[in-house]
Design a protein around this ligand. Structure first.
Ligand SMILES: C[S@@+](CC[C@H](N)C(=O)[O-])C[C@H]1O[C@@H](n2cnc3c(N)ncnc32)[C@H](O)[C@@H]1O
Length: 263
């Protein structure tokens, strides 16, 4: 990913420590790169925007939490039902926030949502969107690897969410529930640094999530993909573009877990 300043006004160049924090190399005079297939993070007088060089800054993708509210009512309703909103679930950790669309849908439906994102560029875009939102609607952001963050909640009963939602990168190149442009960008961003065995990492994340969530863990999958862990779902909800596999929390180690009731 290359950083560019729209308009190439050096006065608008972001500070070097910010650039390093986002995981990019500081550049002396940011300018649009020449390779049309290069991913570019546009830093301009407006929201941070990510796009392919060939599309230019105006067609780059940015997040706008005031306007990105989900429009597909049926798939939003399915997501909310899968997560258990209105059925005892109010606090949700979206452990794979990405562009934050699912988080936004859940927050708009009344959930108190913590987004976790580990990719520095996506995290920067989410932080930028939160700062610009006129109403951040119970959304907050944690920039971390979700496994580490969830592990840190093991001994903090008050911080354990009712539900944890996982939408890992689809390993398959086929259908995604995200709009095409956004899905392509996520894919291009992650092609650069996938863990060695993404499936094993997702299974591990699911295991940790089940040890933390109070009521359920929900995993979004492509409609026909196998479950992350076969034979352990307690319910499955199917939509045309995604399937939600629901897992129960794992049995608590009551001797040491946060669920030990203190009297
Ligand atoms: C398919 S995208 C999620 C899309 C999201 N549901 C949305 O509505 O925009 C998956 C995201 O999860 C992030 N991710 C995957 N594993 C993670 C982990 N262990 N910790 C934090 N983020 C993770 C990836 O960086 C990627 O941005």
């Amino acid at each position: 990913v290359v950083l560019a300043v729209a308009g190439a006004d050096p006065l608008q160049a972001p500070p070097a420590d910010w650039v390093r924090a986002v995981g990019l190399d500081p550049v002396d005079h940011p300018a649009p790169p020449a390779d049309p297939d290069e991913l570019v993070l546009w830093f301009q007088d407006g929201p941070l925007a990510l796009g392919f060089c060939r599309d230019g800054p105006r067609r780059a993708h940015h997040l706008d939490f005031d306007r990105d509210a989900p429009t597909d009512r049926a798939s939003t309703a399915l997501l909310c039902r899968a997560v258990g909103l209105g059925r005892g679930v109010r606090t949700v950790i979206d452990a794979t926030a990405g562009f934050g669309r699912d988080s936004l849908a859940l927050a708009a439906a009344g959930a108190d949502v913590t987004m976790i994102e580990r990719h520095p560029i996506l995290a920067a875009m989410l932080r930028d969107a939160l700062a610009r939102a006129t109403d951040s609607r119970g959304l907050r952001l944690v920039v971390a690897d979700a496994r580490d963050h969830l592990e840190s909640l093991r001994h903090d009963a008050a911080a354990a969410p009712d539900a944890i939602y996982l939408d890992p990168m689809y390993p398959e190149r086929g259908k995604s529930a995200l709009p095409r442009g956004a899905a392509q960008l996520l894919r291009a961003l992650h092609d650069q640094k996938e863990p060695n065995d993404p499936l094993a990492a997702d299974v591990d994340l699911l295991r940790t999530a089940r040890a933390i969530a109070r009521r359920r863990v929900v995993v979004k999958r492509p409609p026909r993909a196998p479950a992350l862990v076969e034979g352990q779902t307690i319910a499955v909800m199917r939509g045309s573009r995604a399937r939600y596999d629901i897992y129960a929390p794992s049995p608590r180690d009551t001797a040491s877990g946060p669920w030990l009731e203190h009297t």
